[in-house]
Design a protein around this ligand. Structure first.
Ligand SMILES: Nc1nc2c(c(=O)[nH]1)N[C@H]1C(S)=C(S)[C@@H](COP(=O)(O)OP(=O)(O)OC[C@H]3O[C@@H](n4cnc5c(N)ncnc54)[C@H](O)[C@@H]3O)O[C@H]1N2
Ligand code: MOO
Length: 402
């Protein structure tokens, strides 16, 4: 089945790709980047007690008379609260994070006071309740702290640790196999000497392996496949028994030497093949046994772009993450551009002086276009020409390669 819109492919992925079932409880430090497998309600209230956000003096606002003087009686330090109740007309020293003494309702900053022995003079009287951080203003016990499907980030670790959690339930890591196909492909260490006429270095497997480093994935780089139907079927069938996901590159177009698509058709099921976007139009999503297979086109720029647009969605669905977000920033184009109206094109661009400058050429074989650019401009279908000043969505690589 071929698909027109990226949104249709994303909807199909969300509907058809289920998360891996196994859940494990791991230490929070090991949970970063993994999918939270259950809702986590807050076991504690944060802040757990009323405290102050400044170094200064705690007092009862109603006690401040016209002379703005208070008598100093003690201290509430962070971790060592003032004991008892603050008597009328008195004040305690207080440090940032310390408990508000019983009876006090306001804190004045140190810089706004003058001390004379045990007498404090308030040069500025703050508003009632000033500088107090109320218990529960962050989160209350029982409220949802983080929801299932969250891709755990360092800030989540801070939140969960503050709530007294040491471990979190997460889905297991995905097993992903990476395969490049193409008789022309060579590697630096294959022992066959310098590339011969017609041969090129394989850049897709290393790029995919690098992109996967940010995912909860055990990635395995599998051998390069030559353009041979029987060998392709054997390798895909074999790999489908081990991996949750196979990322292949090449062999999904219509040439006589493109064997990935017919092999998947024979061995399993094709969920979709071809989508009206450029680069990456011949992309295929399929299934062989329990393994999904994302068949990326061979051109390296198509690999990067389709990984960003669809690969992240497949990985998210399998890993148990909420669907990935696309950070979209409206920008003006600096150049004119034309394209076929039927295709949604993602062009490589760099942000210069607040406008998107398109790379000098947009061929899907041009790795320099990726290296030069900051992200992609999303040029929607239904239009064939764009002029300088036209506003389009810009997708920064930082938001689509992680
Ligand atoms: N008659 C048609 N021809 C093509 C069409 C089409 O619709 N009709 N689509 C074109 C588009 S768009 C793309 S994209 C490519 C995709 O083809 P394949 O996925 O079958 O990829 P290959 O032909 O195997 O390779 C394409 C290109 O990329 C180079 N390549 C492949 N693997 C690697 C690698 N691991 N590292 C670096 N470079 C790689 C390969 O040498 C080719 O130059 O089909 C168009 N043709
Ligand atoms: O994906 Mo192809 O690279 O659209 O030209």
């Amino acid at each position: 089945m071929s698909i027109n819109h990226l949104s249709d492919a994303l909807a199909l992925i969300a509907a058809r790709v289920q998360p891996v079932a196994e859940i494990e409880r791991v230490r929070l430090t090991d949970a970063i980047g993994r999918a939270l497998a259950a809702d986590i309600p807050a076991a504690l209230t944060l802040p757990p007690f009323d405290n102050t956000g400044v170094d200064g003096w705690a007092f009862r606002h109603g006690d401040v008379g016209p002379d703005a003087k208070l008598q100093i009686v003690g201290e509430s330090a962070a971790g060592i609260p003032f004991t008892g109740t603050l008597p009328a007309g008195r004040t305690t020293r207080i440090s940032t994070g310390a408990v508000i003494p019983n009876g006090a309702d306001t804190v004045v900053m140190q810089e706004d006071c003058t001390r004379d022995g045990d007498i404090l003079v308030l040069n500025t009287v703050p508003k009632h309740g000033a500088n107090i951080r109320k218990s529960g203003e962050d989160i209350r016990a029982g409220d949802l702290a983080l929801g299932a499907g969250r891709r755990l980030a360092p800030q989540d670790l801070a939140l969960l640790l503050s709530l007294g959690e040491s471990h979190a339930p997460v889905r297991r890591k995905l097993r992903v196999g990476i395969i490049s196909t193409g008789t022309e492909l060579r590697t630096l260490d294959d022992g066959k000497g310098p590339p011969q006429e017609g041969q090129i270095f394989d850049s897709n497997r290393p790029m995919l392996a690098a992109l996967l480093q940010r995912w909860p994935v055990e990635a395995t780089t599998l051998p390069i496949l030559t353009d041979d139907r029987a060998a392709t079927e054997r390798a895909l069938l074999d790999a489908s028994k081990t991996f949750d996901l196979l990322l292949t590159t090449g062999g999904v177009s219509v040439g006589d030497h493109d064997h990935v698509r017919p092999s998947v058709e024979t061995l399993g099921e094709i969920l979709f093949w071809r989508i009206a976007i450029r680069p990456g139009r011949p992309v295929l999503l399929g299934r062989i046994g329990n393994a999904h297979i994302l068949g990326l086109p061979g051109n390296p720029v198509s690999v990067a772009v389709i990984f960003a647009l669809l690969g992240r969605a497949v990985l998210s669905a399998l890993a148990g993450f909420d669907a990935p977000r696309f950070v979209r920033i409206p920008v003006q184009l600096a150049n004119a551009h034309t394209k076929p109206a039927r295709l949604n094109e993602f062009v490589r661009a760099r942000i210069e002086d607040g406008r998107a400058t398109l790379y000098r050429a947009q061929g899907s074989n041009l790795l320099t276009s990726l290296a030069w650019s900051d992200g992609l401009c999303d040029l929607p279908a239904g239009r064939d020409s764009f002029a300088p000043g036209d506003v389009v969505d810009f997708l920064p690589f930082g938001g689509i390669f992680d």
